[in-house]
Ligand binder design. Sequence first.
Ligand SMILES: [Zn+2]
Length: 44
Amino acid sequence: MVETTEKDGMTWYRCEHCGMLFDEREDARQHEDNCDAEDPSYIQ
Ligand SMILES: [Zn+2]
């Protein structure tokens, strides 16, 4: 799920899996669909 964060007066969209930042929500969503990062807490 994409997280929204504000930095330097801009809104950024962050991939909660790997922490990568995007300035476009659609880019972040598309990234998350293909993100390979695994969240260990998800398995527990
Ligand atoms: Zn990611």
